[in-house]
Design a protein around this ligand. Structure first.
Ligand code: ATP
Length: 567
């Protein structure tokens, strides 16, 4: 654990504890800590009970028997109640902390299109979905579990070292003609026992850190591979791509299994050791305390109390031993979350030389240069103005940069320079070749991404009819995976219906009618022209038939040059 790791961890950690919810959170955590200390206190009382109880047994003191059983019952009940609430309240802290962090991470991920920029900048390699759903959960629960465990075990250690010290008495060891007097020898023995155990566990178990890290990564890759097949089922089926997909699954799954075998072997070695170590811990204190018992320097009660106290001290010192796997997981989780956070920050800090302004009445593109992340220029120093009602068609060979120009104007592509001015308060809509249809009912699909647009059902049905989607007018509230059910042409008509319903000020159409026959395409474009004559429209398309719906054409030649002119 180096300095950077601690600084990274601190950054992840401090957010919640210094947030708006900090007083509630700290109060709750304080209660959990108090309960943990109370549990230690009850353990001390129980340990004293051992002495009294076994001494009473040794003395055949029947009068003391039942009251002592009663005392044990009372202590046990209190201990159970404390244990239950210590866990319950800790989980409460956990769920609140997780909620806070998940909300922040989701915001950060969605904010400024970070989810998209991570993709275009190729930082998407480490499964953001898993970071947000699983890693935050683990980070919160492991941090609390380890921190509270550490506090509790320290308190236990403090209390029981004192008890053990007092019970140990003195032992004299003859060595080389001298006699050494050792005070509190049981404390030293427990210390040696625990340190040796911790050291050996570290030796056996340290590989678990990176094995756990890799396991999570391989599992996520395997799962993601299946998600992709589900999402692209149709294409894969048409290609008859089952074999390559199966090979992909097998390769990824083989990595999961191979790593799991290594994990199993390591854990097996560790279990051999920890189980043996745990068993030996029962007999070890008896061996060393027995001489004093048989020398009648200690009663049975003292012997029992000593073994119980040794157990507690040993438990506390071996905390690291038992928590080894958790610490390994925790290190891996912190590393992954920090990596993800850094990637999001890197993406957020990507500097763009594009200047966006919001004013005036027109869309003005001035000296716009569009690049690829590699620096290759797609378009150089392009300028044009679009006023209300203007319709621009962008053409050019495949791969020349048409979609990238559209992304740049829409403000989601950061590589380039120049000025883009957009009228203040205008709304826009983007129609890609394959429209995005969210999960939900048809009404939600039609209004995506808007939520609260006041349009009557009658109007929606009318728009559906106009877009030749009459078969859907009675299914507005039906929940389906619409992108799976509707044909691509129908999905494209849904997108046109969306424009008619949402009525944006400008619309991007990136081959938005490519799946429609020419007659239907004409009807769709005419619908837009008649119903939204003031709307600015920027289309991309290869078909000549599109020309009739636009006045201006921007032809990209692919080497940065372009031809702009009237149609
Ligand atoms: N995230 C990215 N990183 C690197 N290169 C990219 C990225 N996105 C697109 N490109 C490249 O930029 C070039 C232009 O892509 P773009 O999608 O703009 O082309 P297009 O003209 O719209 O093509 P088409 O007509 O085939 O849709 C292509 O060579 C493409 O490979």
């Amino acid at each position: 654990m180096n300095k950077k790791f601690l600084a990274d961890f601190w950054r992840l950690f401090k957010g919640y504890w210094s947030s708006d919810e900090k007083w509630k959170a700290r109060g709750l955590l304080g209660a959990v800590i108090v309960l943990n200390f109370a549990a230690v206190y009850i353990l001390v009382l129980l340990n004293q009970w051992y002495n009294t109880f076994y001494t009473a047994l040794q003395d055949y003191n029947y009068e003391a028997f039942w009251p002592l059983i009663g005392r044990f019952t009372l202590l046990a009940v209190v201990h159970i109640a404390i244990a239950v609430y210590a866990i319950y309240l800790r989980q409460m802290v956990e769920i609140k902390w997780r909620t806070w962090m998940t909300t922040r991470y989701l915001e950060h991920w969605m904010d400024k299109q970070t989810y998209y920029k991570l993709q275009i900048l190729d930082y998407d390699t480490d499964n953001p979905d898993q970071r947000i759903s699983e890693d935050i959960n683990q980070f919160v629960s492991l941090t609390l579990q380890l921190a509270l465990g550490f506090l509790k075990q320290t308190a236990t250690l403090g209390a029981f070292v004192m008890i053990l010290w007092n019970l140990s008495g003195i032992i004299r060891v003859p060595f080389g003609g001298y006699e050494f007097t050792i005070y509190g020898y049981m404390v030293w023995l427990s210390l040696i026992y625990a340190i040796a155990g911790t050291y050996l566990t570290h030796r056996v178990g340290r590989e678990l850190i990176h094995l756990n890290y890799d396991q999570q990564r391989y599992e996520a890759d395997f799962r993601f591979n299946m998600v992709r097949v589900r999402e692209n089922g149709e294409s894969i089926a048409f290609y008859r791509g089952e074999e390559p997909e199966k090979t992909g699954f097998s390769e990824r799954f083989a990595k999961v299994i191979k790593n799991y075998w290594s994990l199993m072997r390591r854990e097996k070695a560790l279990t051999w050791f920890t189980a043996g170590y745990g068993q030996l811990a029962i007999i070890f204190p008896l061996l060393f305390a027995a001489p004093r018992y048989f020398a009648k320097e200690m009663a049975l009660g003292g012997l029992m109390q000593t073994t119980s106290a040794f157990g507690r001290v040993q438990d506390a010192l071996s905390f690291f031993v038992d928590a080894y796997t958790s610490v390994a997981q925790w290190l891996a989780v912190v590393k992954r979350l920090v990596g993800f956070t850094e990637h999001m920050q890197l993406v957020e800090n990507v500097q763009s030389d594009l200047q966006f302004k919001k004013n005036g009445q027109v869309i003005a593109i001035e000296d716009l240069t569009v690049d690829l992340p590699s620096g290759q220029v797609l378009l150089k120093k392009c300028s044009f103005v679009l006023k209300q009602g203007d319709k621009l068609l962008i053409t050019g060979a495949s791969g020349c940069g048409k979609s990238t120009l559209m992304r740049t104007i829409a403000g989601i592509w950061p590589f380039g320079k120049g000025n883009i001015t957009i009228p203040l308060g205008t709304s826009r809509l983007f129609l890609p070749q394959r429209p995005y249809l969210p999960l939900g009912n048809l009404r939600t699909v039609l209004f995506y991404p808007e939520k609260n647009i006041a349009v009557s059902d009658h109007e929606i049905q009318n728009v559906l009819q106009l877009c030749q989607l009459g078969q859907l007018i009675n299914r507005l509230d039906v929940v389906e995976d619409w992108s799976r059910i509707l044909s691509l042409g129908e999905q494209q008509r849904i997108a046109f219906a969306r424009v008619l319903l949402i009525r944006p000020d400008w619309t991007f159409l990136d081959e938005a009618s490519s799946a429609l026959d020419e007659a239907t395409e004409k009807i769709m474009y005419q619908l837009l022209a008649e119903n939204l004559p003031q709307m600015v429209m920027i289309s991309i398309g290869h078909r000549d038939t599109l020309k009739q719906h636009h006045q201006t054409k921007l032809h990209l030649t692919g080497d940065g040059a372009f031809i702009l002119g009237n149609i």
